[in-house]
Design a protein around this ligand. Structure first.
Ligand code: NAD
Length: 496
């Protein structure tokens, strides 16, 4: 689509918005629930398409894309009205003089959703459903690497009978995404790389379009000496290699207490060697193909650089020679540190660098030593320490004794600070990222008088405010004196 096509789509979305907003939450939910039922009905076909287009195993197409978004559709259909209900603000002493305040939430208007290819269904569809339930109309640009899954979204809502132009999908590369950002949307929700996020933020700055950025990650896992090593090693292997490591929440750095370092390494090596790599649509494989050659090349470059600098490859480290296609072998690296690109930058591929640590402060320091801060994982049985460490980690989400999981929870916020982005998706916080807030303040005018802070000003009014400030916020005798002076000034103001 060219720039004009995108503008036309956004204009149509604006025209459709008022009628959509006018529908009750219940009515909006009927469309979402209908789309959910169609997704469920066609899930075999859609899972196969996800697997073919993205390369991920069929199991992950069901478990990571289809099921979480079904859950999200159900959750926001049922709960949006409650989550966006009017919020009363308690005003303390002002309530005694008839003041009331509350916050109402109302849709932005048109939300533009720009999505990546790693979760080609669950990421864009999740954002779309939340924005629609909040009363926005939506224009979505899926990744150019997964356009067919992108079309699934429009097919679902078309069959569900969604009114025209309430949701539109259009296809294209980054240039088309840039057109969308400049086409007059009221809010942009972007999930993707840091570089693109920066470009979009600069474009949004021109007209101050509000923006949510869900960007990259370099998530650390800390394994303490008392962790259940069998579980922790399985969680690390799965967390690093599922979706071929192409997950913003992948386990990308592992820090293991030196007492259990060797044992942990032998567990992850043996578990990784058992992984079966192959075509995603085959039901008996564990790791599929990577999605795009450009991503495989980035991963390979990081691994080769690490090897040249003395890293030790314990397994993998290259393309799978038994397969033709974008199959990078699940790779475990040691003898690396924070000066290595593979430890510093997002890899977004099936690579797990593992490093030992000695004391917990060192583990925290290493985990926090990153430009990213999306997730952090802790493994250990000492809950006092787990909670202590959780408080010290800079991360959008800290998960204790698991990995990757929480994007699948529609109830909990997703997103992180630093280069991982700004704003949140999912949960109440994420939903409120898709609406504007309106503060309404009411004055019941119990005293039926013009307020003394209105015109005209006078020396008596200045004395009054000076003493009122001391009377309200001062201490001891000066406070009492000020109270007396305040009443005196008040009498004069009244008389005049
Ligand atoms: P990307 O930034 O290359 O592309 C993302 C989307 O932006 C695509 O649809 C692309 O066409 C579009 N785009 C590119 N240039 C644009 C521009 N100038 N203006 C507007 N749109 C533009 O990212 P990707 O390679 O598709 O995805 C991988 C990245 O996404 C990784 O860094 C990963 O960590 C991140 N990601 C983050 C999350 C999260 O929730 N934080 C989830 C998934 C992926």
């Amino acid at each position: 689509m060219n720039e004009n096509d995108v503008r036309v789509a956004v204009t149509k979305a604006h025209q459709a918005q008022a009628d959509w907003q006018a529908l009750s939450y219940k009515k909006r939910a009927t469309y979402i629930l209908k789309a959910k039922d169609i997704l469920l009905r066609d899930s075999d076909k859609i899972a196969a398409l996800i697997s073919k287009e993205n390369g991920k195993p069929l199991m992950e197409a069901f478990a990571h894309d289809i099921m979480p978004v079904l859950d999200l559709m159900l959750y926001f259909s049922k709960n949006t009205e409650k989550l966006l209900a009017r919020h009363k603000i308690h005003l303390g002493k002002w309530e005694f003089v008839g003041r009331r305040s509350y916050i109402d939430y109302y849709p932005y208007g048109v939300v533009g959703v720009i999505a990546p290819w790693n979760f080609p269904l669950s990421i864009p569809l999740g954002e779309v459903v939340m924005a629609l339930m909040a009363g926005n109309t939506v224009v979505c640009k899926p990744s150019e690497y997964t356009p067919l899954v992108g079309n699934v979204m429009s097919d679902l809502f078309k069959e569900a009978g969604l009114p025209n132009d309430v949701f539109q999908v259009f296809q294209g590369d980054g240039a088309v995404g840039a057109h969308l950002v400049g086409a007059g949307c009221d809010k942009i929700v972007f999930t993707g790389s840091v570089n693109t996020g920066k470009k979009i933020m600069a474009a949004c700055a021109k007209t101050l379009i509000p923006l949510t950025l869900e960007l990259g990650g370099k998530d650390p896992m800390i394994v303490f000496e008392d962790a259940d090593l069998d579980l922790a090693s399985s969680a690390a292997v799965w967390g690093a290699f599922c979706n071929s490591g192409q997950i913003c929440a992948s386990v990308e750095r592992v820090y293991v207490h030196k007492e259990v370092y060797d044992e942990f390494l032998s567990l992850i090596i043996s578990k990784t060697k058992q992984l079966r790599q192959g075509e995603g649509v085959s039901e008996s494989i564990d790791v599929g193909a990577m999605t795009a050659k450009m991503q495989l090349d980035k991963v390979n470059a990081q691994v080769q650089e690490a090897v040249q600098r003395g890293a030790n490859i314990l397994t993998g480290g290259c393309l799978n020679s038994k397969l033709s296609g974008l199959y990078f072998e699940p790779t475990i690296l040691t003898e690396v540190d924070h000066s290595f690109t593979v430890v510093k930058d997002e890899t977004f591929g099936p690579v797990m660098p593992v490093m030992p640590f000695d004391i917990e402060e060192q583990a925290v320091k290493l985990a926090n030593d990153s430009e990213y801060a999306l997730n952090a994982y802790i493994w250990g049985r000492d809950w006092v320490r787990n909670h202590r460490i959780a408080k010290k980690l800079i991360a959008g989400t800290v998960t204790i004794n698991d990995s990757v999981f929480t994007h699948a929870l529609p109830q909990t916020p997703w997103g992180g600070p630093k280069l991982s982005g700004m704003g949140r998706t999912h949960g109440e916080v994420g939903l409120k990222d898709l609406v504007r807030m309106r503060h309404v303040h009411e004055n019941e005018c119990v005293c039926k008088k013009k307020y003394f802070w209105w015109y005209p000003y006078s020396p008596e009014k200045i004395t009054l405010f000076k003493n009122l400030s001391i009377a309200m916020y001062g201490k001891g005798l000066p406070r009492l004196k000020a109270l007396f002076k305040y009443f005196k000034a008040m009498m004069k103001v009244r008389v005049s």
